[in-house]
Design a protein. Sequence first.
Length: 180
Amino acid sequence: MEGYGLANNLSLVTSAAQKIMALKYKYKSREEIPAEHAGFYTERDGAWHLDAEGVVEKTKLDEIRASNSALAKERDELRQRFEGIDPEDVRKLAAEKQQLEEAAQLKAGEVDKVVENRIKGLKADWDKQVLGLTGERDALNARLPARRRIPRRIRVRCFRGSQKPCCLSLGIRLARVRAW
């Protein structure tokens, strides 16, 4: 029983603690890897990387941390800069300014400029709507199964002499029966 004393157990624990070491993520060559850890590494991009799930290289981690801190700093600066400013009030003030400018132009007899500016504003709004609807249409078409899409040749044949929607549905049925 003397072999199992407190002193002997402490020496076993300290020797085990000395053997435990952290694994390095990357080695330049296979010879640098300790023999007992060689199975944990795979070769990629001319170096030996630790093959473990969820492990990220320290430089990438530092880069992400630096990016996050820079973004947080920028966010805080913008919060300070725009603190107390209500976006809705700014929109109202911009609309009032536009009305005052239009009134001044109308008094000066510059009706063409007022009409042109209004048309530009409406066109910009319409372009935004068209862009949004186009994106929505493309997303829906991507989700639509290929067999449900109506090929152009069928649409052209169905609407050739008529603009009736029933012609399109009839053409779709015919196209499914025949190999149009």
